[in-house]
Design a protein around this ligand. Structure first.
Ligand SMILES: Nc1ncnc2c1ncn2[C@@H]1O[C@H](COP(=O)(O)OP(=O)(O)O)[C@@H](O)[C@H]1O
Ligand SMILES: [Mg+2]
Length: 302
């Protein structure tokens, strides 16, 4: 059982155009928590900082400031090899995330060996087949010896999910895991993620720009706009009673899964130019806060 506590995460990118140097704040004082058995949806449009947060959580990028604290139930800090084993990512693009030169079997056997999950070759092979079955890729299809290009996009993403789970993942960061897939197979892959989460009691961060699936597949929604959290709360509260203009805008674009043809929220017209990211509505606290300021100073001033 592993939990993740993200506090006041900031990421600045230095940009250069000719002689001019500028700084771009991609993530601005974001805090969130991932706990076993729960899915948090991180929702926002393209460029809002979602993937940057995912990369920091999986240690592909370093934060400019702020902390990512990963701990076991008994309080032991998870670090080093344990961190690389327990915190896993599923990427947006299943074409780019698998190596075209390696077999499907290799993709899953490698993390099993690296993290010493299996001993003999026979044991590893059996576990690979078992992992493929877990993601609904049946032995009858005989995918293990094949190369990624011989699989469909949906099958490839299932392989990527199996590879993420293979080391013994406790925390899964899924960065727009179905946005590159055919619309007809998206729900199947999301349902699979939901089942695996329940079976393994995973802590999941589901990154998406789609508020409708966020409601369906998550317990909590965190809305990100230009690097800042502008609204957060239980999924139903955020979708049915959006407070921030940006969330209202997203909700207006999201169909209600329970009432086909209807929108999730009818919040009235929103002026896109007037949207700011200075304030955040917290449904848990039932109040507005300043967005983009450190957590401590927020509490001190409260
Ligand atoms: N390596 C990088 N160097 C400079 N800017 C970056 C880099 N990665 C991301 N950005 C910028 O940071 C912002 C957030 O990007 P990203 O986290 O990928 O957003 P999202 O995943 O929500 O689309 C964007 O403006 C993007 O251009
Ligand atoms: Mg992204």
């Amino acid at each position: 059982m592993t939990s993740v506590h993200v506090t006041d995460l900031v990421k600045d990118y230095k940009l250069r155009s000719g002689l001019k140097r500028t700084r771009l704040r991609a993530v601005d004082h974001v805090s969130l928590e991932l706990v076993p058995g729960r899915t948090v949806a991180l929702v926002g449009e393209s460029g809002s900082g979602k993937s940057t947060i995912a990369k920091i959580l999986t240690r592909m990028e370093r934060p400019t400031s702020g902390t990512v604290d990963v701990r076991l139930e008994d309080g032991t800090a998870v670090d080093g090899a344990a961190y690389r084993r327990e915190v896993q990512m599923v990427f947006q693009d299943p074409f780019a995330s698998l190596n075209p030169f390696h077999s499907i079997e290799h993709h899953i056997a490698r993390p099993l060996r690296i993290h010493k999950r299996t001993g003999t070759n026979e044991e590893t092979h059996a576990r690979v087949i078992e992992m493929l079955e877990r993601v609904n890729l049946s032995p009858g299809e005989d995918l293990a010896p094949r190369r990624p290009h011989e699989l469909s996009g949906g099958q490839r993403q299932r392989v990527a999910i199996a590879r993420a789970l293979a080391p013994g993942a406790q925390v899964l960061i899924a960065d727009e895991p179905v946005s590159m897939l055919d619309v007809s197979i998206r729900l199947g892959v999301l349902n699979l993620l939901g089942r695996l989460q329940r079976e393994d009691d995973l802590a999941v961060l589901y990154i998406t720009h789609d508020l409708a699936t966020a409601r369906h597949f998550s317990d909590e929604i965190v809305v990100l706009y230009r690097g800042r959290v502008v609204e957060r709360g239980p999924s139903d509260a955020v979708i049915l009673d959006p407070r921030h203009d940006y969330t209202k805008l997203l909700a207006q674009a999201a169909p209600d899964p329970e009432r086909p043809g209807r929108l999730a929220a009818d919040a009235g017209p929103v002026d896109r130019d007037a949207i700011d990211n200075g304030r955040c509505y917290d449904h848990f606290a039932g109040q507005w806060r300043d967005a983009g300021v450190p957590t401590e100073s927020k509490e001190r001033s409260a």
